[in-house]
Ligand binder design. Structure first.
Ligand SMILES: Nc1nc2c(ncn2[C@@H]2O[C@H](COP(=O)(O)OP(=O)(O)OP(=O)(O)O)[C@@H](O)[C@H]2O)c(=O)[nH]1
Ligand SMILES: [Mg+2]
Ligand SMILES: [Zn+2]
Length: 318
């Protein structure tokens, strides 16, 4: 036996003596599926689901977090540490405290639909949020089976506005089976979150991506013994096509004013070519003369609704 091997064994024994345990606990990497408050459900690489406590000094883990958990025969599994997050979705909570909702998300899938009505304000706020947080955004116009001919032209115009800014725009119908393959492609190997008003079809689209989502939710609540989880807790689902979907009900309305985003003009992609071109270097593109953003709105290079939604956010911030 080599000298080095001996010294490793000695090291281990010293470690065990110091911790007062004969059982050596091991660290495993896992993915947080859900956190119900006191306990979190963590998925190991082999697919096993474990209900874990977390060390008191750790920040609250959320769905999508990568963590190290300790496992030994004697104790329930414990989340020991949180690996660095690539991104974090959060929402304003009680008394304006920002609460994390989901981690390591790649893209928001912003759903709009002719019924209950296309909410462009929520769309623009969502796009601003993505830009601010460094997330990709995909725009999904769902329920295209309901688009009357006179609505169709308006939607085509919107598609032109948003694709010109570099956003991906897809059209779907869960009713008429349109665009669902394109949606799967977009979700492939990414971690995505749906966002959009009540009734636009987020659950229906989730069902299209994960046909057995109801069964899985059932399995999750019974395997963890946590009971039916509330819709406020984000839940992560693995997609058969590769990738993950996090159902994060808590962030649906996205009240951006609570986040106090500074200089929102930087997150309006269509404003970018004009920033720094106004007469005043600190122009807010509101009341100031010589504003190149306002000129672009007047010449219809920037869509009027985009400008109006920018102003709404600007004024809600102050
Ligand atoms: N015509 C039509 N109806 C649809 C389509 N997708 C969903 N719906 C219907 O729209 C309604 C709302 O869909 P949901 O999937 O529950 O909407 P949601 O976004 O999950 O709503 P919340 O859970 O309240 O946020 C349901 O009655 C669906 O059947 C579609 O592509 N076309
Ligand atoms: Mg729903
Ligand atoms: Zn300006």
């Amino acid at each position: 036996m080599s000298k080095r091997r001996l010294s490793e064994q000695q090291q281990q024994r010293i470690e065990q003596r110091r911790s007062g345990s004969k059982h050596h606990s091991q660290g495993f990497e896992g993915l947080v599926v859900m956190n119900s408050g006191k306990k979190a459900t963590v998925q190991l690489n082999d697919g096993r689901l474990l209900t874990c406590h977390q060390r008191a000094n750790l920040a609250n883990v959320v769905a999508g977090d990568k963590v190290i958990i300790s496992l030994d025969e004697q104790h329930p599994p414990v989340i020991e540490s949180l690996l660095p997050r690539r991104s974090l979705l959060s929402r304003p909570g009680f008394r304006g405290v920002i609460k994390p909702v989901a981690a390591n998300v790649d893209q928001l899938l912003v759903v709009i639909a002719p019924a209950p009505g296309i909410d462009l304000d929520l769309l623009d706020r969502s796009l601003c949020y993505c830009e601010w947080q460094g997330l990709d955004a995909v725009i999904i116009l769902n329920k295209v089976d309901l688009l009357a001919d006179d609505y169709r032209a308006g939607c085509d115009q919107l598609a032109t506005v948003y694709t010109a800014m570099g956003y991906t725009w897809i059209e779907t119908s869960t009713e008429a089976d349109i665009g669902l393959e394109a949606l799967k492609q977009i979700c492939n190997n990414k971690t995505s979150v749906f966002l959009g008003n009540s009734g636009v079809g987020k659950s229906s689209l989730t069902q299209a991506l994960i046909p057995d989502v109801a069964i899985r939710t059932q399995q999750l609540s019974s395997s963890t013994g946590l009971g039916q989880h509330t819709t406020n807790n984000a839940t992560l689902y693995e997609l058969d096509i590769g990738g993950r979907l996090i159902d994060a009900a808590g962030i649906r309305s996205l009240e951006l004013s609570e986040f106090a985003i500074e200089q929102p003009d930087r997150y309006w992609r269509d404003f970018r070519p004009y920033l720094g071109q106004c007469r005043f270097s600190n122009c807010t593109h509101d009341h100031e003369p010589g504003c190149s953003v306002k000129n672009a709105v007047e010449s219809e290079t920037i869509a009027m609704h985009r400008y109006q939604h920018y102003l709404r956010l600007l004024h809600s911030n102050t």
